[in-house]
Design a protein around this ligand. Sequence first.
Ligand SMILES: NC(=O)c1ccc[n+]([C@@H]2O[C@H](COP(=O)([O-])OP(=O)(O)OC[C@H]3O[C@@H](n4cnc5c(N)ncnc54)[C@H](OP(=O)(O)O)[C@@H]3O)[C@@H](O)[C@H]2O)c1
Length: 229
Amino acid sequence: MSADGKIADASRAAARFPSATDKAHLERQIAKADATLFGAGTLRAYGTTLPVTNTDLIEARRSRHQPDQPVQIVCSAMGNFDPQWPFFRQPVPRWLITTLEGMRSWREGRAAEAGEQPFEHVLITERPFNWHNVMQDLLNGKSALSSAANRPAIQNLVVMGGGELVASLLSDGLVDDLYLTVCPLLIGGKTAPTPVSGLGFTLPRTPQLTLRSCQVEADEVFLHYSVCR
Ligand SMILES: NC(=O)c1ccc[n+]([C@@H]2O[C@H](COP(=O)([O-])OP(=O)(O)OC[C@H]3O[C@@H](n4cnc5c(N)ncnc54)[C@H](OP(=O)(O)O)[C@@H]3O)[C@@H](O)[C@H]2O)c1
């Protein structure tokens, strides 16, 4: 995020300001995970996801008996995706968490243009999303929310943003750790998104954090917080 706490500008375009060091830091977090989760707004901004490309990190995954790439999970209530996004051609496993309405809109819309298997698994939940049920389903690898069998269990999930998704997971008490990189620029703007958006929390009942580590590299500050229970 920028030094004034923004993750993109007011147009919600892709935020490409982090340094190579920050990208490598993010890739290391992703490489530890069984899956990453991101909101449809983040996918709309980038059109792609971040696969693991560092060969040492891929080798480390193999030695932990993990597949080369973590599963990339998109959440969207509406299921409104552009099948031309490069995301649908990236060599990564893709899953979707959506509503019945979202699944119908995607499947009856342009899903066929997105290739043979745009999403390996689709988990259907109610609206608003019941994240406790979703997380239980991901963790168990069982399919209360999808008809598919043999889905791998997701134990280590990295949430990539954006602010709306992170806010809903925080408000349900489902975030353990927060990694923030403060980048040396200012974005400003009332409507530019921040790491946590949604309705906001009311003081003093806001999520509280404990600082686990703080590293400075060149002009960036790498923060790791755990979320207090
Ligand atoms: N700097 C960074 O590190 C970074 C990282 C990530 C994102 N970003 C930026 O953040 C912006 C996107 O963030 P955002 O807050 O606008 O969007 P977001 O959280 O990525 O996505 C919002 C969309 O995701 C779905 N969604 C999220 N939470 C949901 C929930 N609880 N229940 C149901 N659906 C849910 C909905 O999709 P539908 O509308 O399809 O139903 C919603 O409209 C972009 O500008 C991107 O560039 C920056």
